[in-house]
Design a protein around this ligand. Structure first.
Ligand SMILES: [Zn+2]
Length: 433
């Protein structure tokens, strides 16, 4: 009986080289060469971006193929030899994991997927779960990658609603500077504006489709449809050869990693959405980082907008005590310092800010003058005096409005939903919390 096999792969790359998307595509190509048919686009699964073990973007991969149970051993051999051939096994911290789960079994890994988006999961737990479900898994070296591999194989298909078309470099170019025509990226971004996202950071004037690491990826175009992802990639003028390209189905840009939480429940390296009231004046620290404290009644936490988040910091700087906000980001603890590193901020309610001004004279109607702090007012023309309590409260223009604000494109997490595509992707029915 033919079934669908989900093959999760993770932790094949290092800071030095390689990319798990490349290894997964190579494995898929080998499987196709051996006669297996793909059952879907390969899945590019982003996991908790605040995980301290991640190499870069914390991505795991899953390739799905049509297969019969009798072929499992042969498939495992093909995939593990591709991983052994392409993974950067010489680097410390590259600890690949491979999980081979039939479609029905993979559903038993779904909660691992949801949790791995927001927490850190112990590899021992992922192994134990695979064993309980009778799922074949392989680990190389320390095998920390078994967590991401299990999460990718168990990914909820309903949460995969965006795409990325990735072009790869010929091996001779790996490690060399990427040459892409910047103007063509801007043209593509403008012409496919509502379908693709995060192509270009206009604030920092920076191409965002190319990574800055010595990996085999030349560029990736993210989109809400596979057609526009591919079209976007083809509109870019590359000044070097493209080896091949592949379209991935992804969970990027869905805000899936934020777990609504109370301040007293925050754990280090978790990704959260926390609602609270501003209780301190924003402080701008050396380097341009902005900090402000909020409280939700269960505790107090600092929100941090670091320099790379760009003009987003101007919004945080404008907050005042009493503003109600919903803060999105990773909770980081470094020694005695702890903060939510802001990725996005919703201002739910702006506090009213007023200033006292002098009353008007009831005889001549002119604005009266203060006679000094708490000493009341006097009309310079009529000589009429009025006590301090007669001062008038006037609303101050806040210069920011209620609404949602995001960090600049170059500081954005892969999982964070760009405001530009919110209207296309905002469906909350499958969200788990
Ligand atoms: Zn007067």
């Amino acid at each position: 009986m033919e079934d669908i096999l989900r093959i999760g792969i993770d932790d094949t790359d290092s800071k030095r080289t390689m990319c798990t998307t490349y290894v997964a595509v190579k494995a898929l190509q080998e499987l196709e060469r051996a006669g297996f048919r793909r059952a879907d686009y390969p899945w590019l699964i982003r996991l908790n971006p605040n995980c301290p073990y991640k190499t870069r973007g914390n991505a795991a991969l899953c390739v799905s193929i049509h297969a019969e149970p009798a072929n499992l051993g042969r498939i495992a051999a093909i995939v593990s030899s591709a991983v052994e051939r392409w993974a950067d096994l010489e680097s410390d911290g590259t600890d690949p994991g491979i999980v081979l789960a039939w479609k029905g079994q993979a559903e038993g890994l779904r909660d691992i997927y949801w949790r791995a988006l927001r927490e850190i999961i112990d590899p021992a737990e992922a192994r134990r779960r695979c064993e309980e479900l009778g799922i074949r898994y392989l680990v190389i070296k320390e095998g920390r990658g078994v967590v991401g591999a299990a999460a990718a194989a168990g990914a909820d298909p309903d949460s995969l609603r965006t795409f990325e078309a990735i072009a790869y470099r010929v091996p001779a170019m790996w490690g060399l500077e990427r040459r892409v025509d910047e103007k063509s990226v801007i043209e593509m971004d403008k012409s496919l504006a509502i379908f693709t996202f995060d192509n270009y950071d206009y604030e920092k004037r920076e191409v965002r489709i190319t990574p800055h690491t010595p990996c085999p990826v030349l560029a990736g175009v993210r989109s809400i449809t596979p057609q526009h992802a591919e079209e976007g990639l083809k509109m870019v003028r590359f000044l070097e050869p493209v080896d091949f390209f592949e379209v991935f189905k992804t969970n990027q840009a869905e805000d899936l990693h934020y777990l609504p939480a109370r301040i007293c429940d925050l754990l280090p390296n978790g990704s959260y959405a926390v609602r609270g009231i501003v209780v301190s004046k924003p402080a701008v620290k050396p380097g341009g980082h902005v900090f402000v404290n909020i409280s939700d009644g269960t505790g107090e936490v600092t929100l941090a907008a670091f320099e790379p988040t760009g003009s987003f910091r101007r919004v945080v700087e404008q907050l005042v005590v009493g503003d109600e906000v919903l803060a999105y980001g990773g909770f980081k603890v470094k020694g005695p310092a702890a903060a939510i590193n802001l990725e996005k901020l919703a201002i739910l309610r702006l506090a009213k800010v007023t200033v006292k001004v002098a009353p008007t004279c009831n005889l001549c109607g002119r604005r009266m003058k203060s006679m000094g702090r708490s000493k009341g007012y006097r009309c310079e023309r009529c000589g009429v005096k009025r006590p301090e309590q007669k001062a008038v409260e006037v609303d101050v223009d806040r210069r920011i409005s209620e609404g949602i604000y995001e960090v600049c494109v170059s500081a954005r997490r892969h999982l964070a939903m760009p405001l530009r595509i919110v209207s296309f992707l905002r469906h909350d029915e499958h969200r788990q919390s």
